[in-house]
Design a protein around this ligand. Structure first.
Ligand SMILES: Cc1cc2nc3c(=O)[nH]c(=O)nc-3n(C[C@H](O)[C@H](O)[C@H](O)COP(=O)(O)O)c2cc1C
Length: 333
């Protein structure tokens, strides 16, 4: 167990913020697999300040998700402060995270926020303004630096700490690295040594053993998993269990995967209505199935589903095929 500000985090495994994925339906499903903390997808400060309906809907939290961190992103201090105040006073989030984890693609190239990592003073200025304006603990998620020649991870983390930030998450890539190459865990270790606030390490944790290795090699207080948990919330359970007992839990069966996928779908329907939920669920369904032998011939059909029933029927059909194969292999039919 560790603490971020006054918030107790029951273990050292955290779900990463992921745009287009990390809404309440996904987070709650992951939470039930034991995540110590879940983080929402990034939410625009301007959308919050302008009370954009779609943005405000993104702030929905199911009580069962707690503790949860809401991540906000923006370009300048005034809006970030106003958005943080809104989240502080109007949501049941436990933590507010400021996003400074920008992969430098064409979209963010010209944006000031992407360049904050070049300026620890700017980070101090922004974080202290937000900290002063709210009650909830403020954290920052950042990349190690702008590019290979400009890595100020320790200075930047110290700026967060000086400003009153309650924790920092370090994604071990530079902005210009996008999502390519490998995450640099040496720099994550440097950051851990540079500050006294909790440090969360992120990047390239694909197995429970990777999580243990990151904790051992860098000394971070917790690990954050992103892609490995997509379509695979069992990864969270397996990681928590491995860290606590040293035992690698079994892989789920096709039936178990499909049942959780359907539960996730039902939650998405409650959140967004059937039409939007089914479209959004197509990609998740394919992710849930990807390790199941013979699932690829279902992908095209899943990607054209328009209703809950169509997806559920396809998923059940796949499980029946898998179960029949097992019986044939065992000579039972
Ligand atoms: C689809 C996708 C969406 C992401 N969206 C966000 C986001 O909203 N906010 C953020 O800070 N990082 C975001 N990230 C980065 C992840 O939080 C994480 O830092 C990155 O995937 C590395 O961790 P991993 O190797 O465990 O996936 C996103 C990553 C992916 C793959």
């Amino acid at each position: 167990m560790f603490k971020i500000g006054n918030v107790n985090i029951k273990n050292r495994v955290i779900l990463a913020p992921m745009a287009g994925i990390g809404n309440s339906a996904f987070r709650l499903t992951v939470k039930e697999f034991g995540a110590g903390l879940v983080c929402c997808e990034m939410i625009s400060d301007k959308g919050i300040v302008n009370k954009n309906d779609e943005t405000l809907n993104m702030l929905y939290i199911d009580e069962r998700e707690k503790p949860i961190s809401i991540q906000i992103f923006g370009e300048e201090k005034t809006n970030l402060v106003e958005a943080a105040k809104f989240v502080d006073r109007n949501t049941n989030a436990d933590i507010i995270d400021i996003m400074m984890d920008y992969p430098v693609n064409n979209f963010v190239k010209g944006k000031a926020a992407a360049r904050w990592l070049l300026h620890p003073d700017k980070i101090y200025d922004i974080v202290s303004a937000v900290v002063d304006a709210v009650e909830k603990p403020i954290t920052v998620k950042m990349r190690i630096g702008w590019d290979n020649k400009h890595i100020y991870a320790a200075e930047n983390a110290r700026a967060v700490e000086r400003a009153g930030g309650a924790a920092v998450t370090i994604h071990g890539r530079t902005c210009s690295q996008m999502n390519d190459g490998v995450a640099n865990w040496d720099i994550i270790r440097e950051v851990k040594q540079a500050v006294s606030i909790p440090v969360i390490g992120n990047g390239d944790i694909n197995t429970p053993k990777d999580a243990k290795r990151m904790l051992d090699e860098t000394g971070v207080d917790a690990v954050m998993l992103g892609r490995a948990a997509v379509g695979n919330p069992w990864m969270i359970y397996q990681t928590v269990n491995y860290l606590e007992t040293g035992v690698l839990a079994e892989e789920p069966s096709a039936r178990e995967k499909v049942d959780v996928c359907i539960l996730h779908l039902e939650r998405l329907i409650t959140l967004k209505g059937e039409t939007v939920a089914v479209r959004e669920m197509r990609k998740h369904a394919v992710w849930y199935l990807k390790e199941i032998t013979g699932s690829n011939k279902f992908y095209n059909a899943i990607n054209t589903c328009e209703t809950r029933q169509e997806i559920v029927d396809l998923l059940n059909q796949l499980v029946e095929e898998v179960e029949r194969r097992v019986l044939v292999a065992a000579g039972a039919v």
